[in-house]
Design a binder for this molecule. Structure first.
Ligand SMILES: *[C@@H]1O[C@H](CO)[C@@H](O)[C@H](O)[C@H]1NC(C)=O
Ligand SMILES: [Ca+2]
Length: 332
């Protein structure tokens, strides 16, 4: 862990400006919605953000969760975003000591209500609220579906909610997602980035996780209505499974064009989030999340089963013998 921390630190120090200068030259970065190093000191951009739960800020990273069990951490922007079209770039790292079992992942939000989790109700979606109102882009590292998916994990999905939909961990949210893609963003030695673009009522998610210094499209979903004036946030959670989830920068760019009709923009402040298209639900096989507890439980149940079956055979045998004696007595 210290090695990867050191590598993360070195890579941060050695390429401070590269990413921003190659990816965004024309658009306007919204300082009040962005988060850049250093995170402490006067005029720090962290003043625009609130930390919640296990989230912790050093000078160079925001650690949403440590590699420990049952953690929930959040990073919430204090200023709403009034751009109708915007883009958000997040420099992050997910790593931990788990080789095969790790989780649960993190989520990037554009929602009406900044979450108060871990305090409050329904704090069940990667450190934030279920039944949220807005957009959630979920970077899920643990496959709760037990191999039934036709995709690999880690998995990125986008979900649009008007407050009525439940995020179902047992299906990794696949029946409520508008789109998704697999992306190997965990445990990488190089820098990893994700970008969410919301423009012309279309949500597009890009990743740069292969150390190519270029975006590749992960998912795109047209027909998405999101209002202006919502809040950005990033949250992460661990459960029985653990990982460190860290954020190094958040850059939000305004993509509005000057000739946009202000009346239409004003109207956008009050709409409810909606998606005109949902991916077809997939078959679900109920299968509980494997854990050490359920392993012991299974063993115990098998033992009980064996004892019951043996007992039944034994009693049945005695019965059979008695029955035979009885009929023999009757014959003779
Ligand atoms: C909220 O979303 C659900 C599911 O997409 C939809 O059935 C319902 O009509 C929506 N409610 C409103 C008030 O838009
Ligand atoms: Ca999952």
């Amino acid at each position: 862990m210290y090695l990867s921390l050191t590598i993360a630190f070195l890579s941060i120090v050695s390429f401070p400006q590269f990413a921003s200068s190659t990816w965004n030259t024309n658009e306007y970065m919204k300082r009040e919605n962005s988060l850049i190093r250093p995170f402490h000191g006067s005029g720090s951009s962290l003043n625009n953000w609130e930390l919640r739960g296990s989230a912790f800020a050093s000078d160079t990273f925001i650690r949403l969760t440590p590699d420990a069990r049952s953690m929930q951490g959040g990073l919430w922007n204090r200023h709403p975003c009034y751009s109708r079209n915007w883009e958000m770039e997040v420099h992050f790292k997910v790593f931990g000591s788990g080789k095969d079992l790790f989780g649960d992942g993190f989520a990037i939000w554009y929602v009406r209500d900044p979450s108060t989790c871990p305090g409050g109700a329904h704090c069940s979606v990667f450190g934030s609220n279920d039944y949220f109102v807005g957009l959630g882009v979920i970077l899920d590292t643990y496959n709760n579906y037990n191999g039934v998916h036709n995709h690999e994990h880690p998995y990125i999905s986008a979900m649009v909610n008007n407050g009525t939909l439940h995020y179902d961990h047992d299906r990794d949210g696949t029946h409520t997602q508008v789109a998704g893609c697999s992306a190997k963003f965990r445990g990488r030695e190089h820098d990893t980035y994700v970008k969410i673009k919301y423009a012309d009522d279309t949500v597009t998610v890009y990743t740069d996780v292969e150390n190519r210094r270029a975006w590749s499209q992960c998912l795109t979903a047209p027909g998405i209505i999101l209002p202006t004036g919502y809040y950005f946030g990033i949250t992460a959670a661990t459960g029985d499974l653990t990982d460190t989830h860290e954020i190094y920068s958040v850059r939000v760019y305004d993509l509005d064009s000057p000739d946009q009709d202000p009346a239409v923009n004003k109207e956008r402040a009050n709409v409810l989030p909606s998606a005109s298209f949902f991916e077809a639900p997939r078959d679900h096989v109920d299968d509980p999340k494997p854990s050490m507890m359920s392993g012991f439980k299974k063993l115990f149940l098998i033992l009980v089963g064996v004892i019951v079956v043996c007992g039944a055979i034994f009693i049945g045998g005695i019965f059979y013998v008695k029955q035979n004696e009885h009929s023999r007595k009757r014959l003779y």
